[in-house]
Ligand binder design. Structure first.
Ligand SMILES: [Cu+2]
Length: 136
């Protein structure tokens, strides 16, 4: 009897912990208003920033990428999408403006479903670096 109760309580704690850790992955969604998004892959560190802030739909937005790494190309491709939803092809070509800085402008459409989370995939050599963020 007592064992069963302990088992139930542990199960509840486990479910609670799982729910909490799931919530933490939502924090992978970065907030440009606080700081630029940073992600790493291989030996490459990529920082993504936008201008102007806040990031809004239907507004021309500059995507600014700074890379720490070697053998950097002259151009990068940034692919905008929504997780789990097809919103049409939306690619932005980023041109090298400085040694390790790239810039290009694009427009994010408004999602008819009201969802706000977008994803940017940046293709660098054989790597893909992804960022998730909210669009107002
Ligand atoms: Cu959508």
């Amino acid at each position: 009897m007592k064992n069963r109760l302990i088992f139930r309580i542990s199960l509840l704690i486990l479910i609670f912990l799982f729910a909490c850790s799931k919530e933490q992955t939502d924090e992978d969604v970065c907030d440009f208003e606080k700081r630029p998004c940073i992600n790493r892959t291989g030996n490459i560190e990529v920082m993504l920033d936008i201008e102007p802030k806040p990031l809004q739909a239907f507004r021309e937005t500059a995507f600014i990428v700074t890379i720490r790494g070697e053998r950097l190309p002259d151009e990068l491709l940034l692919d905008l999408s929504m997780p789990g939803m097809y919103m049409g092809k939306n690619e932005v070509v980023l041109k090298r403006t400085e040694n390790n800085k790239y810039k290009g402008t694009g427009v994010i459409p408004r999602c008819p479903s009201g969802k706000t989370i977008w994803q940017a995939d940046i293709f660098i050599q054989e790597y893909t670096v992804s960022f998730r963020f909210n669009v107002k």
